[in-house]
Write a protein that binds this ligand. Structure first.
Ligand SMILES: Nc1ncnc2c1ncn2[C@@H]1O[C@H](COP(=O)(O)OP(=O)(O)OP(=O)(O)O)[C@@H](O)[C@H]1O
Length: 732
């Protein structure tokens, strides 16, 4: 037993010694054969087949910069074993270009087409850095890998587990939507590698006691351009401010940021910019066949239905622009049973369900309706056959990531983009960004209309009507908030036909469109009005000022992120007009700012009150309000209001006085009459209490007061009479 313990101890020591030896060798190899800064290792010749690797003699090492296989790199045996086990042998272009630089400690900005193996390009150097630093459990967080979505985080974590299988690091997946945040908090400080979404990471930074990243060695931003855009700006800035500046940083994406500001925010030090496909003829994988179809808005659902029916043996990923649309199309199509399993994925789903759907779609032939939550990074296990973009992506980058869910690594794939006639400019933008897309004509003869079926469904299942209304509104709103107004113009859409195509019996009224129409009319009349009211309008159009959801996705960037929760108040649809008006009357907005009341000029044009004070300052008809005049205007208005208030108070006071006087008169008259009656009737002594009791019961007929009756002081006859009177007051 003792011997066994001894031999175990000595084998552990042996292992440590050999690890130290290995690290020493790796460090010397890396340092001696460093590629030149700014060079692209892919341009170097690969080591000749059968040539010795690593140390050749005392001070000579093999050149690793031109390596084409993982085995030729100065990486640990543990990583090599992990790679081998996962069947990774040859490197892809981005791996060949970036790994030699990353291994020698440089910051990397890596760009390569979708599905080209960027994940390993940053995971291998993370493992190697910590290994060479002999990172252990007591050293805490050594590397943070940030992903914009939970699903991508989970996928990265799986690859890390596979490649790092033989290492001893502890790693954790920290993503939103998980209930076990408290357990996470207990263990997060013991983790060496964190794979996380920005929100969850910041939550730990804010809430977990003693959460310490001060020793961080490597920071990775996967889908860097997405994480650096406005949606994550605040969160990322808060995270960065808590990280040490002295670290290695990797930024990877298929559509990389080149913004100097972004790089400055991350304090990158002379980063290596490795864009391996920049010279490529196309920006998308060459094995991807891309087509576009002109589909008017009102035919989109018919086209999608027909497409699904014609591809029942395929794995299809369908992109729509909002959660509500995904829900509507998924629920209604599911009821119509197209003959292929349907699934949906969006940011409003519970995390467990999201993960379940993601894994199922990896395994089975089916149709997955999704928002942009599935647009980046996801590598669905068995190839996706088709990517269908029913709603136009917000920009070229978004298009590239969406279609990139198919044709990954060496496999092929196809994609189709539905474009409305008003969105044809997108085709030009794609072509100029080197996206080879072919415009084809839809065969409308084979179109299988679905609108009739949807109408029937909406009648049968009233809750579908609500779904349809919300989907209708969120779609229009998603168009409205797009930045590129040349492509996205909500006013160009045939809204009634669209509503009918969804099976809706009436077109829902939408405030922001009504407002837009009104303001268009007004802008024809007066520029002043618009200039003064514009900020108000904006609030009305985006009432929550919401951080819109992109998957997780309480994350903003108006374009990328599908607008999700439109308040139901924006739906004014099928409710009769009178009811709406009634409701509206009750809703008085007490917070309505002064100056939004509309006045009219002599010709009947609407005029904002302050417009009267406006001066035309320049020839381009900009109206400027004089500050003094404005103050005077408000002062006068305040005085007017004060005066009106005073008058109101006086009026009320007089009214109350009058009422009191009337009451007094009535009482006086009644008393006088009673005295008269007493004089007329010669009543006996016994009669008197009767009178008193009568007074009691008659008094306001208040039956609740009956307990106050002083029954002790009155006779039986009086009591009987009282009881009778009481009963008569109770009778209906
Ligand atoms: N060297 C390699 N040998 C074989 N397969 C690889 C290699 N590197 C990556 N792959 C495979 O290629 C596929 C795509 O890799 P990965 O997800 O890293 O692509 P990506 O460039 O990050 O894509 P995206 O831009 O969409 O995020 C994965 O299935 C991965 O297993």
């Amino acid at each position: 037993m003792k011997q066994k313990f001894k031999s175990k101890k000595s084998s552990g020591k042996q292992k440590r010694l050999s690890e130290i030896e290995e690290i020493k060798l790796l460090n010397s190899w890396i340092q001696s054969q460093k590629p030149d800064s700014g060079s692209n290792p892919m341009s170097l010749p690969p080591p000749p087949a059968g040539a010795p690797l690593g140390r050749i003699d005392a001070d000579t090492y093999s050149c690793y910069a031109g390596a084409t296989k993982f085995d030729q790199l100065p990486i640990s045996n543990k990583t090599k074993d992990g790679l081998r086990k996962a069947e990774f042998v040859d490197m892809t272009d981005i791996q060949r270009a970036s790994l030699p630089h990353a291994l020698c400690g440089r910051d990397i900005l890596g760009a390569a087409k979708t599905g080209s193996g960027k994940t390993l390009a940053f995971l291998i150097p993370v493992l190697e850095k910590l290994y060479r630093e002999r990172w252990g459990p007591e050293d805490g967080v050594g590397s943070i890998i940030i992903s914009p979505t939970r699903e991508l985080g989970a996928q990265l974590f799986d690859v890390l587990k596979a490649v790092g299988k033989f290492h001893n690091f502890s790693a954790g997946l920290l993503i939103g939507g998980r209930k076990d945040v408290n357990t996470e908090k207990e263990h997060v400080n013991e983790l060496n590698i964190l794979v996380c979404t920005p929100g969850r990471l910041l939550q730990h930074m804010d809430e977990t006691p003693n959460f310490d990243c001060s020793q961080l060695q490597v920071l990775v931003l996967d889908e860097a351009d997405r994480i650096l855009d406005v949606g994550f700006k605040k969160t990322l800035n808060a995270i960065i401010s808590q990280l040490p500046k002295h670290r290695q940083t990797f930024l990877f994406s298929a559509t990389q940021t080149k913004s100097v500001q972004d790089l400055a925010r991350l304090s990158l030090k002379d980063p290596e910019y490795l864009s391996v496909h920049e010279e490529s003829v196309t920006a998308t994988p060459s094995s991807l066949q891309q087509t576009a179809l002109v589909v008017p808005l009102e035919q989109k659902l018919d086209m999608l239905w027909s497409f699904i029916k014609a591809h029942l043996n395929s794995k299809i990923l369908v992109f729509l622009s909002s959660c509500k649309q995904v829900k509507f199309v998924f629920e209604t199509f599911k009821k119509l049973r197209p003959g292929i399993p349907l699934k949906c994925l969006h940011g409003r789903m519970k995390q467990d369900k999201r993960m379940g759907i993601y894994s199922e779609f990896c395994e089975k032939r089916s149709v997955l309706f999704s928002t942009d939550v599935a647009s980046r990074g996801l590598d669905f296990n068995k190839a996706v056959d088709w990517v269908v973009q029913v709603d136009c992506p917000e920009d070229v980058a978004s298009y590239i990531h969406r279609v990139g869910r198919t044709a990954r690594y060496h496999s092929g794939g196809r994609s189709v983009l539905f474009l409305m006639p008003s969105e044809m400019k997108m085709l030009e933008q794609l072509e100029s960004a080197k996206v080879p897309i072919q415009l084809i004509k839809a065969n409308t003869k084979r179109l299988q209309p679905v609108s009739g079926l949807l109408s029937a469904l909406l009648v049968k299942y009233p809750n579908f009507q609500q779904l349809a209304q919300r989907a209708f509104i969120t779609y229009l709103r998603s168009i409205h908030i797009q930045k590129d107004k040349e492509i996205f113009d909500v006013m160009k859409l045939s809204i009634d036909d669209f509503s009918a195509s969804m099976g809706l019996p009436m077109t829902p009224r939408i405030r922001f469109i009504d407002q837009k129409k009104r303001s268009q009319k007004m802008s024809a009349n007066t520029t002043t009005y618009l200039a003064l009211e514009s900020s108000d309008n904006e609030n009305a159009l985006n009432p929550s000022g919401e951080e819109l959801e992109y998957g997780d996705f309480k994350e903003s960037n108006q374009g990328l992120l599908p607008p999700t929760d439109i308040p139901t108040s924006e739906v004014e649809d099928a409710v009769p007009r009178t009811r709406i008006l009634k409701k509206k009357k009750l809703k008085i907005n007490v917070h309505r700012p002064l100056g939004t009341r509309v006045s009219f000029d002599d010709e009947g044009n609407p005029l904002a009150p302050l417009a009267r004070l406006a001066d035309i300052k320049s020839s381009n008809e900009t109206f400027v309000v004089d500050k003094d005049l404005k103050n005077e205007f408000y002062k006068k208005r305040r005085e007017e209001l004060k005066q009106a208030d005073k008058e109101d108070k006086l009026l009320n006071h007089n009214r109350l006085k009058e009422k009191r006087k009337e009451k007094m008169n009535k009482m006086k008259k009644r008393a006088a009459k009673e005295i008269e009656d007493d004089d007329d009737v010669s009543a006996s002594e016994e009669d008197r209490p009767q009178k008193r009791s009568k007074k009691f019961v008659d008094c306001d007929s208040d039956i609740d007061n009956k307990a106050d009756l002083n029954t002790e002081s009155i006779t039986v006859a009086e009591q009987e009479e009282l009881a009778l009177k009481l009963l008569s007051t109770l009778r209906p």
